[in-house]
Design a protein around this ligand. Sequence first.
Ligand SMILES: *Cc1c(COP(=O)(O)O)cnc(C)c1O
Length: 495
Amino acid sequence: MSFITTRGGGCVTASQAMLFGLAENGGLYVPAMIPSISLNEIRDMAGTSYIKRASKVLEKYLEDYSENEINTALSVAYRPGVFDDNKIAPLVHTDVDTYVLELFHGPTLAFKDMALQLLPSLTRMAAQKNNTDKKIVYLVATSGDTGKAVLEAFKDTPQTECVVFYPGDGVSRIQELQMITTEGSAAHVIRVEGNFDDAQRGVKQALASQAIQDKAREANIMLSTANSVNAGRLLPQIVYYFSAYADLLDRRAIGLGDAINFVVPTGNFGNILAGYYAKEMGLPVKKLICASNTNHVLSDFFTSGIYSTQRDFIKTLSPSMDILVSSNLERLLFELCNRNAELLCNWMNQLNDRGVYNIGEQRLTAALNTFYGGYADDSRTQAAIKRCFQRHAYLMDPHTAVAYDVLEEYRACTGDTTPSVILSTASPYKFSGAVLSALTGHEPQNEFVSANELAKYTGMVVPESVKGLADKPILHTRVCRKDAIINTVQSFIVL
Ligand SMILES: *Cc1c(COP(=O)(O)O)cnc(C)c1O
């Protein structure tokens, strides 16, 4: 399978798409054709391991990797001990027709580990295939969870450095501590005086800057991104949609071919986009329910066909979804306009220049065959955490709770009783203060005190990786203005 870009041209191999991250024309790499998977192949996934399921899905995309290479990469990424559940992505039944797909069992307690743990092996193989001995410098903008997941995934990878920009007025204290206590000379963590959109814009500008790219070439450095615009992030995420379906078959909760819904707490549109690819491949999916917080650009888009960032950026209890420019939506739009790169470029230019574009009635109707958009503000998020815990003794983090609330609203509006899988994107302990205060109504306090309280309250244990953070020294204190990201990047390109 070769890869092309959403802004026209640029036919590259899968390994090249992974190495480059973002195309030079600013476009995103997408498979030249979305491969299909048969119901028989899906049936065969039931009763097998996560690694086997992943291998089946990924071999359809990673054409220039051998089966052996894919299996090697998978068995490193998902080896025992990395994820604290041997199912990797366990499916929990909470209610008659409701399931939670837990994607937070990796080392950094958020779903970003699912793809990022795999990226280093695939990238090292990609470098070999393309005969490059260049050092790779990853530029990362994080809304909270990507940063640590990248640092953790690449911590022992030679010839690789990671430069992470996180929004100073964004992330939770646990998220921040996870990043700024990272050891190793290849890890660089910088606090941006701004929000996630500022950080993402700065990183994209740096990658698109000819001057920076020239300087990198001279220094024998390849600049790339480990953000979800990298196809290497997208592909491993497709796997768990199939895995959830296979688990439902295993339990005889559904029959082969029955359609199900997925509900996804969404920010940059990477996670839910993987669900769209799964559906296009042939996974029986009725609706992909896109759940947003108060920054509900996406649910407005799915209501009106108009994408508009002309609004205030609002800090919420689900910081990893505090995003106004959802980069991966570009990949969905590419499909919605029948891969018309010229039309897509127009929309993206309008977004850049005026902060708004309109895809029109017809394309919106086509999108709504698959998607439903809804949102929950902070008070509904808190109520959902409490309601779900009281009813089902199941504790959710604020991001997952947004999805839970939107699913209930969707069911009330549509009467749809299709079995639905909520993607749980983070451990509740990563947001202990917010979760505890949703349960008790008390003001949030110190995160570590809250984590202990939460454990007492629920009879569970605090994950070791949260506990350990309290005593780790802070190693990264660099701050940068939002308009100085390019200069900061330059300082990391040295001979
Ligand atoms: C990144 C993240 C999201 C949003 O995922 P996208 O792929 O950006 O839509 C939601 N919840 C959590 C906890 C996250 O870390």
